[in-house]
Design a protein around this ligand. Structure first.
Ligand code: PXG
Length: 470
C-alpha cells in the first residue's frame, strides 16, 4: 500500500498528474485523453493572473470559470472566511434556526435587486451552486402552481444551447444535446425552443431587431402548441454564457416579456454568469428591462472563492409560497452556509467600494467594446461582439461569405491552443472564442489581453495557411 498523502506533502508535477489520473474524475473530461497529456496543475494566482506548477504565468480572461470578478488574492475574502470559521464554521438553517451572515446577505441582496414594474425581490433561497439553484427553481415553480390550484401547469420552456447546470433538472433545463444524450434527459415536462443567435440564424437581409422579434415569437408558438394552461415557466440566461456569449438583439427581451405576461407564465432569469457586475449591473434583468419572477445566482456572488448559489424569489412567487404554502419540503444542508455568506458579504463590500458594476458600464465595458470593434477586422473573424465585460468572436474561413470551417477541423481548439501556449486563458465554444475577464482590469490590462488575442488569431491563421486550409 502507498504511504498516505497528507496535506503537507510536496509533489512534483508528474507525480500530481499521475495521482490525478489515478484518483480524480474531472467534470466534462475525456479521461483517456487526460491520462495521455496530464492535467495542467494550477498552483497560484494574483490579480488577473494564474500560474501552473511549471511556473507558466497566464492571463485569466475567463475569471476562473466566469466567477472571479474581483480578481485573485483578495485578502479581505480570506479574512472573512477565517473570522467566520473561528466564530461559527457551520450551523444549519433548518428547524427554525438561522445565522447572522445568511440574514445579512439576504437583506443585502434584496436591497441590491432592483424593483421593476410591480416586481420586487425581498426574499432569497440559498444553495451552493447554480445547478442546485435551478433544481430549486423547478421545485418552487411546481409548488407555486399547485398552491394556485393549477397543477396541470407543469411544462418549463427553455432554449437550445442554454446552460442551466449539470444536475438532472439543471441539465434538462439546459439545451446541450451532448448532455441530454448521456442521461436520458430531459426529464419530463421540460422542452426547448431555438436560441436567439442572429449570426447563425438570422435570414439574409433580416435586421437584428426583426430577427429578435421572430426568435421571441418561437416562445409564443411553443406555448400555443403545448396549450397555455400547461405552461409553468420560461427560463433563460440574459445572454447565454457557456453557449458562447450569445447576445440577443435588443428587441428580444421586451417581446419575451410581452409573451410571458400575455399567458401569465413565470419568468426565470438565470443570472449565474450575468449578475454581480458582469453586464454592468448588479442584476442583468435591469439592463434588459424585463421582470423575472425568479433570478438564479451563484459564481460571482463570492467571486468563486467559496461555493454559494441561490435564487432571488420575486414577490409574485414569494407571497404564494409564504402565505399559502405551509412547509416547503426542500432545502440543502448548506443552504445559508455562514462561511459562504460571510465571504459573499466581503465580496459585495469590494464590489461596492470599487464600484465594479458601474466601472463595467461606464469605463471598461465600453473600452472592451472598442477593442473588439478593431479585432472584428481580423481576416479570421466573422463577427466580434461584447456585452458588458464579456465578449465573443467567431472564427470563419471566408469573412465576406461568412463561411464556417468544417467542424472536424476543430479550429476553435487550435486557436485555444495558441492562446494557452502564449499565456492567455480564452475559451472555445466550437469556433466561437469567448472571454469574461475579471472586472478589476485596467485599460493597460485590456491592451495586454488584446495583444495576446491578436497573437493567437495570427498564429491560428498561419497554421491554417500552412496546412492549406485557407
Ligand atoms: N446556470 C448558468 C447560466 C451557468 O452558467 C450554471 C447554471 C450551473 O452552475 P454550477 O455552479 O452548478 O456549475 C451555470 C454554470 C462553461 C461552463 O464551459 C459554464 C458553467 C459551468 C461549467 C462550465 O462555460 N456555468
Amino acid at each position: 500500500m502507498n504511504a498516505p498523502i497528507t496535506s503537507s506533502h510536496s509533489l512534483s508535477t508528474s507525480e500530481i498528474q499521475a495521482l490525478d489520473s489515478a484518483h480524480f474524475i474531472h467534470p466534462f473530461t475525456d479521461h483517456g485523453d487526460l491520462a495521455t497529456r496530464g492535467a495542467r496543475v494550477i498552483v497560484k494566482s494574483e490579480g488577473i493572473y494564474i500560474w501552473d506548477s511549471e511556473g507558466e504565468k497566464m492571463l485569466d480572461a475567463m475569471s476562473g470559470l466566469w466567477c472571479v470578478n474581483v480578481g485573485y488574492g483578495r485578502k479581505e475574502l480570506a479574512q472573512a472566511a477565517y473570522d467566520q470559521m473561528m466564530t461559527l464554521p457551520f450551523y444549519n438553517s433548518f428547524f427554525q434556526t438561522t445565522n447572522v451572515p445568511a440574514v445579512k446577505l439576504a437583506t443585502r441582496l434584496a436591497a441590491l435587486a432592483p424593483k421593476v414594474g410591480d416586481r420586487t425581490f425581498e426574499h432569497v433561497f440559498y444553495s451552493s451552486s447554480g445547478s442546485e439553484s435551478n433544481d430549486s427553481n423547478v421545485r418552487m415553480v411546481r409548488r407555486y402552481w399547485d398552491l394556485l390550484g393549477q397543477p396541470q401547469r407543469k411544462v418549463i420552456i427553455s432554449r437550445h444551447n442554454a446552460y442551466h447546470g449539470s444536475t438532472m433538472a439543471g441539465a434538462s433545463l439546459g439545451g446541450m444535446s451532448g448532455m441530454h444524450a448521456q442521461g436520458d434527459l430531459p426529464i419530463p415536462n421540460i422542452t426547448h425552443i431555438e436560441q436567439p443567435y442572429f449570426f447563425e440564424n438570422g435570414l439574409p437581409g433580416e435586421s437584428a431587431d426583426a430577427f429578435g422579434l421572430r426568435a421571441a415569437g418561437w416562445l409564443e408558438e411553443k406555448i400555443l402548441a403545448l396549450g397555455a394552461d400547461k405552461v409553468a415557466a420560461f427560463i433563460a440566461e440574459p445572454i447565454q454564457g457557456a453557449g458562447g456569449v450569445i447576445i440577443p438583439p435588443t428587441s428580444y427581451w421586451p417581446e419575451i416579456q410581452r409573451i410571458v405576461d400575455k399567458y401569465g407564465i413565470l419568468l426565470i432569469s438565470d443570472e449565474v454568469i450575468c449578475a454581480f457586475g458582469r453586464l454592468g449591473h448588479w442584476f442583468a434583468y435591469e439592463k434588459f428591462g424585463y421582470k423575472p419572477d425568479l433570478v438564479t445566482f451563484a459564481k460571482a456572488v463570492t467571486s468563486g472563492y467559496i461555493p454559494l448559489g441561490g435564487v432571488m424569489v420575486g414577490n409574485r412567487v414569494a407571497k404564494v409560497l409564504i402565505e399559502r404554502g405551509g412547509e416547503f419540503n426542500h432545502g440543502y444542508t448548506y443552504s445559508g452556509h455562514p462561511v459562504a455568506c460571510a465571504v459573499a458579504l466581503a465580496n459585495l463590500d469590494i464590489m461596492e467600494s470599487e464600484q465594479l458594476p458601474q466601472r463595467v458600464k461606464d469605463d471598461i465595458g465600453p473600452y472592451l467594446a472598442k477593442c473588439f470593434e478593431s479585432i472584428a477586422e481580423h481576416p479570421l473573424v466573422g463577427v466580434a461582439e461584447t456585452c458588458g465585460f464579456t465578449a465573443g468572436l467567431v472564427l470563419v474561413k471566408n469573412k465576406s461569405a461568412r463561411e464556417h470551417f468544417a467542424e472536424e477541423l476543430g479550429v476553435g481548439m487550435m486557436c485555444r491552443r495558441h492562446c494557452f501556449q502564449n499565456g492567455l486563458i480564452m475559451r472555445a465554444v466550437g469556433d466561437r472564442m469567448i472571454i469574461a475577464p475579471p472586472l478589476i482590469m485596467t485599460h493597460a490590462d485590456i491592451d495586454d489581453m488584446m495583444c495576446l488575442i491578436r497573437l493567437a488569431l495570427d498564429l491560428t491563421q498561419q497554421e491554417l495557411t500552412q496546412k492549406g486550409l485557407i
